[in-house]
Design a protein around this ligand. Sequence first.
Ligand code: GLN
Length: 487
Amino acid sequence: MEELFFKSAEALGQMLAQKSLSSAELTQTFIQRIKAIDPEVQAFLSLDEEKSLRQARASDERRAKGQLLGPIDGIPIGMKDVIAEKGQPLTCGSKILEHYISPYDAAVTERLHRAGAVLVGRSNLDEFAMGSSTENSAYQKTRNPWNLEYVPGGSSGGSAAAVCSGEVPLALGSDTGGSIRQPAACCGIAGLKTTYGLVSRYGLPALASSTDQIGPFARNVADLAVLLQAIAGYDERDSTSCRVDIPDYRRLLDRPPKPRRLGIPKEYFAEGIDGEVQRAVEEAIAFYGAQGHQIVDISLPHTPYAIPVYYIVMTAEASSNLARYDGIRYTHRSPAATNALDIYFKSRREGFGPEVKRRIILGTYVLSSDHRDAYYIRAQKVRRLIAEDFSRAFEKVDAILSPTAPTTAFKFGEKMNNPLQMYLSDICTVAISLAGLPGLVIPCGFSGAGLPIGLQLIGKAFHEGELLAIAQQFEKAHDFSQRYPKI
Ligand code: GLN
């Protein structure tokens, strides 16, 4: 059985094709797995067994009639609980949306339905995707399957832990400043933050609208490619969605990548990066050099400003976007409220957790008329400089390699009382988000304590295909993505 849980989606698809088992059996097996280990891992907030089995049986019927919808038809998938699925809860990890049920499907959910996927459940996250450890969830603390005393990263910690522990072969997450990449690194799986505009956010409650993106988690790069294929593409309901040609990502992987110029940004190897992380990433760089790629030292000089700029821009946008959770429309309404103002104040006070309140207050401050120029406007200017760093670098290189996070996963509670320490977990990921670029993470080693280390590959806008190919070359030559936790 263990074998089955840790198989790739592609391998499971082959088993379905060979009729070694049906999608209904496969789904049932994964649901049993979730029921057996999730009391420990705590990756899922809700499961819908009946609906998943219905979807699985429908897939089996399509297969019998020769009407399959593609490579993930009949494959179980986990959904971060910020992506709307009609009739399912959409808590965003917050008490304020505890009883909210999605009235419609997100664009990516529609696409997964069209691809025949089986959506088994809703995965845990930091409240409104604010955090790097999933400890900010209002509901539960997801544990890192490699060591249950450690966090899985965040904010998409539930999706990452679910794939890592063999509860599902695939999952979707969202990434505003690192929320797919950092948990992928902490859990030793593959994750992709897509180019801004590649995947529709219709049905993804807005956090920081200028950086939010949806992307896939998987056990390996080929599976990432297949899931990306299912969700990428223009959608008129998201005004930032781009009309770009979508290549056949999976086919691009059939050949090894051409020799490329790979940039190593010195600022990402500066003080504060843990020695083991640095060594593993440097070994990965040496591997690429030995494969005939040209390794080029580059500089992204505005990197030191990325964290402050991100935490100004994201809190500003979040404070505005979260104004809609007002107790009037679809959220928790305080039973103690007696008039309109009271409804706003009390419902929000009771419904939001401390990190969300902190960010709303910060965001409101940086947008306030007295401080707007000093913070928000200035941050937008520096954001432009950060993006230009990347444009200049990409004149010299085809892709950039870096660590994903300064350390491996940390212990519960280690950073909870020090928000600045927590924010520094994002030091290697936020600049890429501010610049709207794609970032792909694969495991590139393990620490002495047995925790995974992630390599981040950063690409030009809409060059996901190239990143996948470069990443797969490393993956094929190492066994990191075949290792799995003993759980
Ligand atoms: N950890 C970052 C934050 O707390 C990123 C979150 C995200 O990407 N949603 O904002």
